[in-house]
Design a protein around this ligand. Structure first.
Ligand code: UDP
Length: 338
């Protein structure tokens, strides 16, 4: 397959490009580089041992996206392009709704116009909202607690409606839990601009000396040690989940499918911090501070649907996630070269 990967220069996108190539497909990147570094492409080419076709475009640009599809001969699309910072989405809801909905709509309309019908969507476990059942299954109702999450819920709904209207589509909605880690080579990884919003990159920056101390957001939750509990999944396991879904879409008759991509293992903030300290051999000084508004105490995946239907499972442990993050962070303390 010739696969267009929107947002393919980003954190999850870049790891997925390598998995798609390793599976024997061709991967083409479309990225506007608004939150990705051009150096990623050099690293990907070095790891893949071949040139990679890259289009520097904003996929909300209808004319540019249409031209891309007119010339592209794509068999499938994996759509990552979008804004992803929860806090920023609360401050700038209009930008989030416009960008995330518009990029999905523009890509889908171009696919429709050019007869490309296989679509893998980058969704999130955030669509499970505040359900009291902490082990999330795909049949739970969806909702959200912030504009970022609502964009995921809304795009999922658009995809359901599209599948009802035209059953020649093959759509996979992948709900990610907490992606962390980096490629085992240490050459590509997560490189947030500014203050990291997420736990793992923050911990990694403390370990490497870029930040002094971690703030742990609350230790009075009803969890194993009082800190928040999540399901961390290695980004390379996540990437291979995309390939499994992409290939599965060629075999099934349902136009719309949803799969959780998680490890199924609940891990607390302090458990992750301790694992990182062991992996890096560095202390991670931290202060317990107030809860972060909007955070849920705990949730994790039931990944059994993806395990059974995709023949896929997360294989890397929390120790692997920390070791690979540390390799990336220690070899690239300031992230990618500018
Ligand atoms: N967290 C923390 N300090 C940080 C960032 C995150 O204690 O600097 C906690 C957060 O409260 C949550 C967990 O780490 O319990 C994972 O947060 P993250 O932002 O990485 O992912 P989320 O699940 O919130 O999307």
């Amino acid at each position: 397959m010739r696969v267009l990967i929107t947002g393919g220069a980003g954190y999850i996108g870049s790891h997925t490009v390598l998995e798609v190539l390793a599976a024997g497909h061709d991967a083409v990147i479309a990225d506007d580089f608004s939150n990705a570094r051009p150096a990623v492409v050099d690293r990907l080419e070095e790891l893949a041992g071949r040139p990679i076709e890259v289009h520097r475009i904003d996929v909300t640009d209808e004319a540019a996206t249409d031209t891309l599809f007119a010339d592209g001969r794509f068999d499938a699309v994996i759509h990552f392009a979008g804004f992803k910072a929860v806090g920023e989405s609360v401050a700038e809801p209009l930008n989030y709704y416009r960008n995330n909905l518009d990029s999905a709509l523009t890509v889908l309309r171009a696919m429709d116009a050019h007869g490309v019908r296989r679509f893998v969507f980058s969704s999130s476990a955030t669509v499970y909202g505040e359900n009291p059942v902490l082990e999330r299954t795909e049949d739970m109702p969806t909702s959200a607690t912030n504009p970022y999450g609502w964009t995921k819920v809304m795009i999922e709904q658009m995809l359901r409606d599209l599948a009802v209207a035209d059953d020649t589509w093959r759509i996979a909605v992948l709900r990610y839990f907490n992606p962390v880690g980096a490629h085992r080579s240490g050459r590509i990884g997560e490189d947030p601009s500014g203050l990291p919003n997420n736990l793992m990159p923050f911990v990694a920056q403390v370990a490497v000396g870029r930040r002094e101390r971690l703030s742990v957001f609350g230790d009075d939750y009803d969890t194993v040690d009082g800190t928040g509990v999540r399901d961390y999944i290695h980004v390379d396991d996540l990437a291979s989940g995309h390939v499994a879904a992409l290939e599965r879409l060629g075999e099934i008759t349902e136009p719309w499918s949803v799969w959780n991509l998680g490890s199924g293992e609940p891990v607390s903030v302090l458990q992750l911090v301790n694992a990182f300290s062991r992996a890096s051999g560095r202390p991670i000084p931290y202060d317990v501070v107030a809860r972060r508004p909007g955070d849920l105490p705990a949730y994790w995946a039931d990944p059994s649907k993806a395990n059974a239907e995709l023949g896929w499972r997360a294989t890397r442990t929390v120790d692997d996630m920390c070791a690979d993050t540390w390799r990336w962070q220690s070899q690239n303390p300031d992230g990618y070269p500018a």
